[in-house]
Design a protein around this ligand. Sequence first.
Ligand code: GLC
Length: 561
Amino acid sequence: MNIDRNWWKNKIAYQVYPRSFCDANGDGTGDIKGITSKLDYLQSLGVGLLWLSPVYRSPMDDGGYDISDYRDIDPIFGNMDDMDELIREADKRGIKILMDLVINHCSDEHEWFKKALADPNSEEAGYFWFVNSKDGAPNNWRSMFGGSAWENVGGDRYYMHLFSKKQPDLNWENPVLREKLYDMVNFWLEKGLGGFRIDAIVHIKKMEGLPSGPADNPDGMVGCFAYARNIDGIGDYLTELRKRTFDNYQCVTVAEAAGVPNEQLVDYIGKDGYFSTMFDFSYSEPYNYGHGWHTCKGPGEWSFRRWRDTLYASQLDTQKIGYGAVFLENHDYPRAIQKFIPEKDHCPRVQMMLGNMFFFLRGIPFIYQGQELGMTNPGFTSIDVIDDISTKNHYSLAINDGLEPEKAMKLVARYSRDNARVPFPWDDSENGGFSASGVKTWLPVHPDYKTVNAAAEMSDPNSVLAFYKEMVRIRTKSEYAEVIQDGVFAPILKQYDKLIAYTRTLVGKKRLAVICSFSDKKRKIKLPFDAGALVLSSHDEYSIEDGVLTLLPYQSVMLEI
Ligand code: GLC
């Protein structure tokens, strides 16, 4: 078979969080039929790749990232016929589906784990990290959701979980397990998927001997990154995975690969890299949380310049090697505007500027559901409505450390992953058209759904949605499509603070400049080039005189050079 390895590069990708996209059967939770019913909306937005957060069978301890059957669909989402229908219907609209591949861990309710637990001598016991230890946990690693990374199962027997205790880590050193995983991956690829977004994949190799480390906090534990993230030797597994599965299909693989140093990008997404592309998280997070949100240093401390320099470095290093995947939001973060812009300045124009900033970087852009509407955090006021396991853990950590509930709740409202997981607002009817009226939705609907919703924005030429559609058109269908896809990235105007500005150049062809102001003041910028046509602006007003560009607060422009 002749496989085109680059078919995905000119596409726009969109991430759906299935529980919150559209509820077709009226049980308060989104489902696959709901997604299928909204394919026309996605097609009208210009989406070509659709990443679904997990829909496999799962007890939903971590929103489906805890899988109890890799070959089945969870009943809350529907069944395999619904999935096959979605793949078919999406194909008809030129949209390829990406499933979420979660193979660092599974659920403690997976039959493999049940057998492993019941019989330490079973084949399945070897699929996990069971360790016998007489003096408490086998080491002092801290799980990513807080607390020890080890769970005792009676006597001196423990198993490792880098995430929640209901997500036991799979032991990739076991060849039988690896075979089972490859079989499963091929089972899905045979269905004609576009490929996978690959979850937490940098954690599959653990440091030889599972050593303890020097405590980094009063809890006596150490963050597990140094011992279980991108550890030497991981490449053997990733190469084998690729050869046994992805290589044999025309699919795209998008790795969630946090913490890979830029020098190692070549191994990950170079010509013979493990994956087609990957998300770089180096610039996604301006905060330093410490060991819990209540010890977070920031945003007071976060430096715009440091954030910007990290973004530039990521772009510059990635373009030497391959093609990145760029994003502003996903299901693991609060809404971007909350991270980067002071509350007093939040408005649709600022959402457009942020969109403009990221959308024309080099790499395939991923839009997270609701981002195209300019959704904000919903302003949670009660911990009782929260579903997310990591939020609950951070909240209890704060309370246990003596923080008043009201203050702890403010942290939840600011940092919780559930901020981005509330139901998608389709219209201004009850429940935002996400669920039928009268139904209690699994997370509360956003309080702004009457004004910020897809229907309202579809009929408003000045909406954030209209702006996103225009960006998609420019990126995929305009005379600038080629330079935006392949042009070289170069930062400009670095002497200005609170400014992200870059050019994209295809020598002998087109050249574009993107200039985005993060200042709340009107300002003048001396351009280092002769400006040509205005391609896009977040605001209606626009002026260049004698080579000086005047920008309104938080304005972005894209200019031809
Ligand atoms: C990834 C997912 C996140 C999940 C974690 C554990 O980071 O994006 O939602 O909690 O992996 O699977």
